[in-house]
Write a protein that binds this ligand. Structure first.
Ligand code: PRP
Length: 192
């Protein structure tokens, strides 16, 4: 495989992902089966996870998408959060479940949750595949967490490095030589 060769180690493999999605599906179904929620996916990272996740949810729901950017291509989370694409439906009096691939600094979620609350959402919760609590700059605990990971820069299953590796079917860590010189220094710093 082409992408496989650039991965140093797997952090969450395909079997893990399947097990996690099954468990999250049960937890979310128990809480939302009678709430007709809007599941809001944050593009682009949510795509593979959200695609697999909704298939285990056997209740009525709507899908919405937003594109909110915080990383701008590299390995470090920037302070800016930009709304590139907004939801196409009103959220007033609706239950919202945000679907994320990863929560790192918490900045993206902070911005999106505030916005949806301002717009009158009845409730706003988060279901994330990965949680990296060591990266947190704004305190936040998602209601539904697939797996907590240490302070590693991970790619795959939606997560990118410079827009690549989103199509990897598992989550892993890149080999050091894949990074640009500048990012290699930053990655080493964040691992310590
Ligand atoms: C990534 C990821 C989360 C966010 C988490 O998105 O998908 O949405 O960063 O980081 P934070 O907790 O530090 O805000 P990104 O902005 O890179 O866009 P993408 O989904 O298109 O990769």
């Amino acid at each position: 495989m082409v992408l496989d060769k650039e991965i140093e180690k797997k952090v969450v493999d395909q079997a893990d992902i399947k097990t996690i999605i099954k468990r999250l599906g049960k937890e979310v179904s128990k809480d939302y089966y009678d709430k007709y929620p809007i599941l809001v996916g944050l593009l682009k990272g949510c795509m593979p996870f959200m695609g697999d996740f909704i298939k285990v949810l056997d209740f009525h729901l709507e899908l919405g998408f937003m594109d909110v950017s915080s990383y701008h291509g590299g390995v470090q989370s920037h302070i800016d959060v930009r709304i590139e694409k907004d939801l196409s439906m009103p959220v007033r009096d609706r239950h919202i479940l945000i679907v994320e691939d990863i929560v790192d600094s918490g900045r993206t979620l902070h911005a999106v949750i505030e916005l949806l609350k301002q717009r009158g959402a009845k409730s706003v919760q988060v279901c994330t595949l990965l949680d990296k609590p060591s990266g947190r700059k704004i305190p936040y605990s998602p209601a539904y967490i697939g797996k907590e990971i240490p302070n590693l820069f991970v790619v795959g299953y939606g997560l990118d490095y410079q827009e690549r590796f989103r199509n990897l079917p598992y989550v892993g860590v890149l080999k050091p030589e894949v990074y640009s010189e500048e990012d290699r220094i930053l990655t080493n710093q964040s691992d310590t």
